[in-house]
Each structure stands twice: as structure tokens, then as C-alpha cells.
Design a protein around this ligand. Structure first.
Ligand SMILES: NC(=O)c1ccc[n+]([C@@H]2O[C@H](COP(=O)([O-])OP(=O)(O)OC[C@H]3O[C@@H](n4cnc5c(N)ncnc54)[C@H](OP(=O)(O)O)[C@@H]3O)[C@@H](O)[C@H]2O)c1
Length: 351
């Protein structure tokens, strides 16, 4: 018979949606091991990332998607991924075969990773080998999965028969997802052309991740530079993480009948001109990580393996902007959208 366990822990919580500085606080929470379902695993979180999407969701910004109501008298804990150690396994025999207490794991999706402890379903856990640091394990799932979803969407929008070489164009290419998308594309023989918004960012990206061309959209002739880099080959797919006028700009360089795949709105939701799409018969497609949840367990496991392989072979893709103490979570949140940030912002657990 297993002993009943009661865990008291701290978590960043909110009871309503709004500006992070107004609604978030640290509160004590309680968890009884009786509440752990057969397929559940209790994990003590070591570190978790703060994604732009986490902030959009807790602020109830439209780009964060539909708002899930917080039932009266309850608290929501933000965060969907992280790294930690297994404290207790549910009774599921399959889980007991794959995992053991004390094991270090990465996890996604998990609800409430901005707490010291989180309950995760066993099929959302990934054992982390010793050679992958906490800094990388904490952030390797959401962004890799997004890059994987994007590359599949890009492939599906190429016109048959596919003629080589295949080029893609990506803006905000220095972002976490952007860097992974570049690497996944390269690993599949695709040739990425990268755009960033300043010469400073272009220099940083060229030296951190040399290889495919990088152009700054602050140069007035960047569209000409992109056409030259294509060397006469077609550009059928462009990825947009910015929104607004950035979409019009991509529409001017992409070939007739091409597709712009939007997956973020780092810039704004305003200013896209649909007249920019019609002259070249451009399709505008939106992609969300939510589509990943409809994949089979095998396909999801393949993306977990992709994350492990990228983390092992390309640790430089998972830069850390700064790791903050738990109590400094407001500073950490501010850092996420501060200009010049490269890499992910991490939040440690309290000691
Ligand atoms: N659709 C989905 O399911 C999904 C999933 C994950 C992420 N996303 C979205 O993907 C985007 C990137 O996320 P991330 O976590 O990879 O970002 P990130 O690592 O925080 O990087 C963002 C980078 O983009 C650049 N940037 C910021 N604002 C910009 C602007 N207005 N114009 C041009 N460049 C700008 C900045 O680089 P410089 O300062 O160097 O220029 C910044 O470092 C976000 O919009 C996020 O919401 C979507």
C-alpha cells in the first residue's frame, strides 16, 4: 500500500485575466496524492520557459486564442512546458515501465508549469538524457513542435510535382521558433532565406548560426537581395511570425500562386492589405500548435524525438536570454518582450 502524500507548494496564480502586473501573484497550493489519477505523474519542476504565448493567454489578448473561463473560487496557474523530476507515478503499468521516481523529464502539454509542482499525463513526459542541460530541456518541446507543424504545413503547400531546390523565406528568423524552423528545413534539404528587422540582429544571427543568408528588412533593397539569393529559383512558401504589413511585404517577393503561412503576430494585427495578395494569387494560411493535438501518439512521439535530436546535436539553437529567480517573475515577464532579447527567458523554481 502506498503512503498518502500531501504536498504544499508555491505557484504563480491568477483568478482573472488581464495585465500580468495586476493579476499575477504567488500563492500557496496543496496537492494530495489521492488526487493523482492512474495516468498522472507528479513532477517537481526545476525550470520553465516564459513564452510570448503564455503572456498573451494570461492577458486574454486575442492572439492567445479563446479564453478558458477560470471557475469562481479557483485559481489558474499559467505555463505548459518545463523540466523537472518525477516525484510520484500514478498506477498505470505502462508508465511504471517507462518512468521511475527521481527521473528527470521534460513535459508538454502540462497545465500549470508556473508552479513548483505540476501533474502531467505520462504520455506527455519525455525522459531527458544527462547530456541535455536543464536550460535546454525546459524549452525544447513547444518551439520544436511548432517548427515541425510549420515545416509540414510548408511542405503541404508546395505545388506538385515538387522541383528542387526548394526555398523558403522566414521573417523574425532570430526568434526561438525561427531558429528551429531554419534547422529543421536545412535537415530536410530545404534552403531557408532568413529575414530580421535590423542590421544588428542580422549580425548577431549570422555569427550565432552561420549558414543560410540573412537580410535585414531595415535595408530598403531587401526584396531585391532575396530575389538575388533565390538565383532564379522559385519561392512558393514564406513563413510570417509578425503579421500586419509584414504579410504585404512577403507577398511582394513570393512567386505567383505561393503561400504565406502566418503563425505569430509579433508586430501587429493591423495593416494587412488583401490587395497585396491578389496580384500574385497568394494564399494566406494560418497555423497553430493546437493542430498538433490532433496527431496520433506515434506522430507526437516523433516530434519528441526531433526535440531530443535537435537539443543533442544543436544546443546552440536553444539560447537562454536569462534565468530568473521564481520571486522575480514580473521582471522575467517584462524581459520576454524587451528589444534586443535573444533566447528564451527561464524561471527557476524556489529552492
Ligand atoms: N502558432 C503557434 O502555435 C505558435 C507557437 C509558438 C510561437 N508562436 C509565435 O511565434 C512567434 C515567435 O515566438 P518565439 O517564442 O520564437 O519568439 P522569441 O524567441 O521571443 O523571439 C522574438 C524575436 O522576434 C523579433 N521581433 C520581435 N518583434 C518583432 C517585430 N515587431 N518585427 C520583427 N521582428 C520582431 C525579435 O528579434 P530582434 O530583436 O533580434 O529583431 C525577437 O527577439 C510569436 O509571435 C509567438 O507567439 C506561435
Amino acid at each position: 500500500m502506498r503512503l498518502l502524500m500531501q504536498t504544499e507548494f508555491r505557484a504563480i496564480v491568477h483568478s482573472e485575466y488581464g495585465a500580468p502586473e495586476k493579476i499575477l501573484k504567488i500563492a500557496k497550493r496543496q496537492l494530495n496524492s489521492e488526487e493523482l489519477g492512474a495516468d498522472d505523474v507528479l513532477v517537481k519542476v526545476i525550470a520553465r520557459p516564459i513564452h510570448p504565448g503564455d503572456i498573451q493567454i494570461l492577458s486574454a489578448l486575442p492572439q492567445g486564442g479563446p479564453v478558458e473561463p477560470i471557475p469562481e473560487g479557483t485559481l489558474r496557474v499559467p505555463g505548459f512546458e518545463g523540466v523537472g523530476t518525477i516525484v510520484r507515478l500514478g498506477t498505470n503499468a505502462k508508465a511504471a515501465k517507462r518512468f521511475s521516481e527521481g527521473q528527470r523529464v521534460a513535459f508538454f502539454p502540462a497545465k500549470g508549469t508556473w508552479g513548483e509542482y505540476v501533474v502531467v499525463r505520462h504520455n506527455c513526459l519525455l525522459p531527458v538524457p544527462d547530456e541535455i542541460s536543464d536550460h535546454i530541456a525546459a524549452q525544447m518541446l513547444i518551439n520544436t513542435i511548432t517548427a515541425s507543424v510549420l515545416i509540414k504545413a510548408g511542405h503541404n503547400w508546395l505545388k506538385a510535382p515538387i522541383t528542387l531546390p526548394v526555398y523558403i523565406l522566414q521573417n523574425a528568423a532570430a526568434s526561438g521558433v525561427g531558429r528551429l524552423l531554419t534547422q529543421v528545413a536545412l535537415d530536410r534539404g530545404v534552403r531557408p532565406i532568413r529575414l530580421v528587422r535590423s542590421n544588428q540582429s542580422a549580425e548577431r544571427l549570422r555569427s550565432a548560426l552561420p549558414g543560410p543568408p540573412v537580410f535585414s528588412t531595415s535595408d530598403s533593397n531587401w526584396k531585391k537581395q532575396v530575389r538575388e539569393a533565390l538565383g532564379g529559383y522559385k519561392l512558393e512558401v514564406a513563413f510570417d511570425a509578425i503579421g500586419g504589413k509584414a504579410i504585404d511585404d512577403l507577398a511582394e517577393v513570393i512567386d505567383d500562386g505561393g503561400t504565406i503561412i502566418n503563425f505569430g503576430s509579433l508586430g501587429s494585427n493591423m495593416g494587412t492589405n488583401i490587395y497585396s495578395l491578389a496580384p500574385n494569387n497568394i494564399a494566406l494560411k494560418s497555423v497553430s500548435i493546437m493542430s498538433w493535438f490532433r496527431l496520433t501518439e506515434d506522430e507526437k512521439q516523433k516530434d519528441f524525438e526531433l526535440a531530443l535530436s535537435l537539443a543533442t546535436n544543436h544546443p546552440e539553437l536553444f539560447e537562454v536570454a536569462h534565468e530568473y529567480e521564481f520571486a522575480d517573475f514580473q521582471k522575467a515577464i517584462q524581459h520576454v518582450s524587451s528589444p534586443g532579447k535573444t533566447g528564451i527567458v527561464l524561471l527557476k523554481s524556489p529552492i
